[in-house]
Design a protein around this ligand. Structure first.
Ligand code: PEP
Ligand code: MN
Length: 373
């Protein structure tokens, strides 16, 4: 039996203003602190939008050496100025015990653990130990690889060390697939985590997920539609000059536009709660349907490969023994998942029929692959 996490609700963290009194809770600020002027100018722009939580990376985990690796501890002084002069809350990424101690010295209000660090249990444990006896909120980004257990393991380590102001950030997963985004969202993993720990505050980071300005609106909308609590969006007073992640950072004005276009479904009907819930459930169904189609496509690809292989080896398409066995197993498994046998049988027969058709086309030379050869 999975252990529950002991979590303090986001509203009790005393950090966030709500945007227009509704979701999302917002965190914004540059990828990296670069100069005192850049920090103050960006923070002023965000404060004017009513944003209360300011982010900036002080120590930057870069892929290549000899690139900009953050200004380090002196940048915390600039952040402290944001806190003292503008009354904003400040947060940054930590990856070691030393980072935590430095953050404490400079009054950092919240920290997050980056994707590369979440994937490293030694570092997460070191951070968790350093956070014992503090009250500082921690957001844990997903690990770079799509491993929900690694993500949960990090949450457990922190929670066991007494961190109760704990939340997560989905920033997408590294992938070798060619996709338009920089990191692949896996909304199914997000939904799974949300279902297992509904009390866990859940943010999305559209900036690192999208990797370019033009994707931030759609990603932000999807995450709100799935019922996520908040967004972390990289914002820079002059993104064209940014020393890291220049392509994905918005100006405060662009962030204002994005926020004004977000549709937050709420409370103008008889039963807003019902509407919101049904909307979230439908968004989950849409994500699952996409996955189903993707799986069916992958299965068909393998069917095609089998067809080619059978053709090369001169084997008949239909081995009924194997199919009967497969169907019986599917029905049994389906029943254990609450699916009626008739339904499983209909779905699998349809899949089988299409698969046999494809293999038959390959054998008789009607397949798209053999056309024109
Ligand atoms: C960041 O938020 O600046 C960052 C480095 O993000 P990630 O850990 O998601 O790559
Ligand atoms: Mn960044």
């Amino acid at each position: 039996m999975e252990k529950k996490l002991d979590i303090i609700p986001l509203k009790e963290w005393n950090l966030f203003n709500l945007f227009n009194d509704k979701r999302p809770f917002l965190i914004a600020g540059p990828c990296s602190a670069e100069s005192e002027i850049q920090i103050m100018e960006t923070a002023r722009g965000l404060k004017a939008l009513g944003i209360s939580v300011f982010r900036a990376g002080i120590w930057k985990p870069r892929t290549h050496p000899n690139t900009f690796e953050g200004v380090g501890t002196p940048g915390l002084k600039w952040m402290q100025r944001v806190k003292n002069e503008l009354g904003m809350k400040i947060c940054t990424e930590v990856a070691s015990e030393k980072h935590i101690f430095d953050c404490m010295k400079f009054g950092v209000d919240m920290v997050w653990i980056g994707a590369r660090t979440t994937a490293n249990p030694f570092l997460v444990q070191e951070i968790a130990d350093a956070l014992k006896d503090t009250d500082i909120p921690v957001l844990v980004k997903n690990p770079v690889n799509p491993d929900i257990d690694l993500w949960i393991g990090a949450l457990e380590r922190l929670n066991q060390a007494g961190v109760k102001k704990l939340g997560v950030i989905h920033r997408g997963f590294s992938t070798s697939e060619k996709i338009p985004y920089r990191n692949r969202p896996d909304w199914q993993i997000a939904i799974e985590l949300r279902t297992r720990y509904p009390e866990l505050p859940f943010f999305c980071d559209p900036s690192h997920m999208g990797g370019a300005k033009q994707y931030l609106q759609e990603i932000s909308q999807t995450s709100l539609d799935l019922g996520l609590d908040g967004l972390m969006i990289e914002t820079h007073c002059d993104p064209t000059c940014a020393l890291s992640d220049a392509k994905q950072q918005l100006t405060p004005k662009e962030l204002e536009d994005l926020l004004s276009k977000l549709v937050v479904r709420e409370s103008d009907s008889d039963s807003p709660e019902y509407k919101e819930n049904i909307h979230q459930l439908r968004a989950k169904i849409d994500v699952l349907d996409d996955s189903l189609l993707y799986l069916l496509g992958s299965r068909m690809g393998i069917s095609r490969q089998i067809g080619e292989y059978k053709k090369t080896n001169n084997i008949a398409i239909l081995q009924t023994g194997r199919w009967d066995e497969l169907l019986a197993k599917a029905i049994e498994k389906g029943e254990s998942l609450g699916l009626p046998a008739k339904f499983v049988s209909a779905v699998f027969n349809a899949i089988h029929e299409a698969s046999v058709q494809v293999q038959n086309d390959i054998l008789t030379g009607d397949s798209p692959e053999s056309a024109g050869k």
